[in-house]
Write a protein that binds this ligand. Structure first.
Ligand SMILES: C[S@@+](CC[C@H](N)C(=O)[O-])C[C@H]1O[C@@H](n2cnc3c(N)ncnc32)[C@H](O)[C@@H]1O
Length: 262
């Protein structure tokens, strides 16, 4: 792979450079990047198009302004309960999706809340609702000072979700790509979606399948990538959609998305 790192070299460096995930900075970034991110947004919409939960009620965790969310998918629900810790998110979300939701007569209830902290209560209060973690679980490593605390919270969340129908799209890894190949790679990466089965090894350092190694090579991985600690989130055997998100000219995020059915 030349300058490209082996995927087994993916390490857990400090969180610097990856940034926190919310607030005005996210809104600003997402607003400015609507064109370069549009292919990823469409990939997410196509993935969501294949997610058809049994419930007509949605708990949308980490909704932000719904910058990468599909209005069409939200319209399938009778009620959307959206949550974000960020105070600016609700008006932005309403601006972006409100008209579509009115059209489908979907009730939108948006609450400023630490929905991961209060997840047990939310799950108890809305026992039949479908839960979508919308690009939030990969950010937990930035919330905790210690990585093992972030991992413990992620494990606790997946334990809470046992027996429940849920889905998540989140960062798995992120980092730099070779500048010489960046433009060409974006085209290549935004081609057909790839589905790779969940890796079977759970543990501290991930083992990558040959398909995943190929995926990293395509992405032009350079240097050590940040592990977002989400490798073990989905139950073994869950089909996972992999997407390469051109976060900036130099950085890619390896997104993973899956729908978990009890
Ligand atoms: C990467 S952004 C998500 C983007 C969003 N899904 C979109 O399409 O615009 C992550 C969001 O999760 C929110 N978030 C982080 N931790 C949270 C928590 N514990 N409860 C609720 N929201 C949280 C952040 O405020 C941020 O808006």
């Amino acid at each position: 792979m030349g300058q490209t790192a082996q995927v087994s070299d993916l390490v857990l460096p400090s969180a610097s450079g990856a940034g926190a995930s919310g607030g005005w900075l996210w809104h600003w970034r997402a607003m400015k990047a609507q064109v370069p991110w549009s292919a990823t947004t469409q990939q997410i919409a196509r993935w969501l198009g294949g997610v058809s939960p049994g419930s007509s009620e949605l708990l949308l965790i980490g909704a932000s302004g719904g910058w990468m969310m599909s209005s069409a998918w939200l319209q399938r629900f009778r009620c959307v309960r959206a949550f974000d810790v960020d105070r600016w998110s609700a008006p932005v979300f309403r601006y972006r999706h409100g008209a579509a939701l009115q059209q489908s007569r979907t009730t939108l209830i948006y609450q400023q809340l630490d929905a991961l902290r209060y997840l047990p209560q939310l799950l108890r209060t809305y026992p039949d609702a479908f839960v979508l973690f919308d690009n939030v679980l990969g950010q937990l490593r930035f919330v905790h000072e210690r990585l093992d605390a972030a991992e413990a919270q992620l494990h606790a969340i997946t334990r809470m979700l046992r027996g429940r129908e849920w889905a998540s799209v989140h960062d798995a890894y992120s980092g730099r790509v070779g500048s010489d190949t960046a433009d060409a790679q974006v085209q290549l990466l935004l081609g057909p979606l790839q589905t790779v089965r969940q890796r079977s090894v759970a543990g501290a350092l991930p083992q990558f399948s040959s398909a995943e190694r190929q995926w990293c090579a395509q992405m032009g991985v350079k240097g050590a990538w940040l592990d977002h600690l989400t490798a073990g989130i989905f139950p073994a055997g869950t089909p996972i959609q992999h997407m390469a998100w051109p976060f900036s000219r130099e950085r890619r995020h390896w997104l993973q998305a899956a729908w978990v059915r009890p």
